[in-house]
Design a protein around this ligand. Sequence first.
Ligand SMILES: [Zn+2]
Length: 410
Amino acid sequence: MRLLLVWLAALLLTASAEPAPAPPHYALRAAFDESGRLEADVTITLPPGTREKEFLLSRRFVLGGVQVSPGTRLASAEPVESPVEGLVRYRFAAAPGASGPMTIRLLYAGPINPADDAGVRPLRPEGFELFIDHMWFPVGADIQTRFTLDAEMDGLDPDLVVVAQGEVTRTPTGVRIRRDYIDIDVPMVAMRGLQRAEAPGVEFFARDLATRLSSFYIRHSEGAARYFQAQYGPMDQVVRMAVVWRERSMAYARTGYTVFSEGGRSAPDYPESGAARHAAHEIAHAWWKLASPITDDFWLVESAAEYAAIRYVEAALGPDEAERMIAEKRTAAADAGPVMGHGRPNRVQLYQKGPLLLVELEQRIGRPAMDRLMTRMAREPVHTTQIFMGLLTEIAGAEAAAAFERALHS
Ligand SMILES: [Zn+2]
């Protein structure tokens, strides 16, 4: 009897607990040869109930095969030039009445290096730097499809040091990456001569840990991780940070993963505040990453991270440094035009004007209210301007919210 009751209780629990639908999952096999040719075999499992899904893949790859689950069909394959040039958009659709998860397997091959690499060549003499901009794996056409990942990559020389998300296991000629949390990308740095350092919350890789720049990055990524966690709550992942060397200074962050470039920053007079702001900006993306990159709302990724970075600089290096950065943004943003109202904001609107509007909002509503607002927002599962306005209204009143909304549009 007792056993039966336990069993019944277990049954009831099972019945009442709605399991969360499994997120999309990518099983990716990639092999690189010496010439930089990629051969890929990617199986994507979509959540049950998916009726239609579109993916983008660079046209430099030749499709060798498509396999789909029963009831799924490849409805169209069209060349598209957006959000970058030279893509094919594949649309998959479920037949009426088809149930069960939609799975799609794409086999394709081609050069990993695109003709136009926009300053970040995927394969360079020192190794690989792969990320979503290279369009080398099937990217959800909304550019915000997040998935778990099981990747096996082959054709990596034994002396390449691999930096990637999740559980990373090096094999003699490749790497296995298992990521049990969702993200939009399959990012990886695999380079010769990377050294590794550890600090609380951060794993750091650079070709020389003893340089001035490396020491700034290590100090301030650790410092920023501590500072933001005290405000927003714990980070879900240790952040792996790799400093690569290329001309283009662009950096980017994914969950638990950040890439910096030495480009333009190795000079002996490069200021510590620059590295501090930069490290803090990328660490801040642990919280500020949830708005769509192809809409107006993207200011909630870049402007929010930049505002957070200025606050860190103020805490770490003093208010004068922060004031100097704010003054520079005032000059740079003078003719920026509205942040919102025209789709994804441009760079000046995202990195100069957007953070300034947040600084001005802080001045209007006061720092305690601002901190409550940003902390509440950071913990929201989805980031849209509408959600931000709702919280702002709740915390500081309708008038403050209306004034901020006007500022975003002017
Ligand atoms: Zn950013």
